[in-house]
Design a protein around this ligand. Sequence first.
Ligand code: HCA
Ligand code: CU
Length: 389
Amino acid sequence: MVSIFDATLREGEQTPGVYFPEHVKLEIANQLDKLGVAYIEAGHPLISNEIYTAVKHIAAQPLKSLVGAHSRSLQQDVDAALECGVKFLGIFYCVSDERLKHVFKTDLNGAVKQITDVIAYAKKMNPKLLIRFTPEDTVRSDFYNVVNVATEAVNAGADIISIADTTGFMIPHTEHNMYDYVKRLKDSLASKNVYPKIAVHCHNDLGLAVANAFEGFRAGAEIIDASVLGLGERAGIVDLATLLGILTQGFNGEHQWNLEQLIPLYKIVSHYADVSIPVNSPVVGKNAFKHCAGVHTHAAQLNPLHYQSIDPRPFGRIMEISLDHMSGISSIKCSLEKIGEAELDQELVKEVLVKVKEVGQSGRTVSLEELAMIANWVKKLNEEIKNVS
Ligand code: HCA
Ligand code: CU
């Protein structure tokens, strides 16, 4: 089974306006650990004193998840991460000729030296440290450069090579797709006798992050990067809840995740990031398991699987029926049962339906509490009519 690498505290904080204070970071890390992600990227310690301290404190927690830090290919970044006591280090550097020349004023040989020196240094300082090397913007860089740098990085001590689709460039079934890329890279590295674990880090600029990550997984990637709410630069990265929905429901297998942690985790991240959970988000959205149209609600009440392919219960959720302008008689009856009004006369049920639809047309849904009010109101009106006649 694939391992999840959570980047909420690092990539997620690269969402404009998002900053988690240290006590919140600690709580998020604890919840990620309870959920059971394999890796928690706690931050880039050299960005600020606050992030440095937070990484240090998270790394000191007795967590099962491996806590790590992000680091440029610079000894000072590695030193800061080591001081924080992290168990893994994610080192990145660009390998594109154009950028090396114009931004870093070097060439591929210079980059290889800098990367391997830093990796070897980190490994020497802490031989147990797990090292991931990411050629930034991997998929748009010269393939020859990626293979060369990755080979040298592994020989210098890197355990994981991460394929970064930094700009959300990949599209399944086109000439630049993640499946072929991962296969080709694994084969090329094997031909050089290096066999690192492969991770995929997919950005969502085209809404394809999850699809691309799965293409990578199908081709042999063992680690997928994700973040809560898909937070990250621009359109973000793979959404953790969507990923867990697919991994636990789409593959019918045993899994190691504690899924009821997902909603509390999303609530806390959403609150402190001030980013709301879209109502139609897979798994965690308010409407993810709520049926609306009469045809759907009728069939879903007989068997939820008529209109659901995933089970809400492992996530601590239930199938719900929306009461609004689309509702039919069966939704009303089912909801009336829930509020102890199963015996309501058939004619009155129809009147309740008319009122529910009217409220729905004003752009609202009717809660069970409001349904009780409507049922009372309908009963009252009927008594009055009876008394008059
Ligand atoms: C960044 C870029 C990065 C790095 C990923 C990694 C990307 O913000 O520094 O280090 O594995 O998308 O390439 O997030
Ligand atoms: Cu990224």
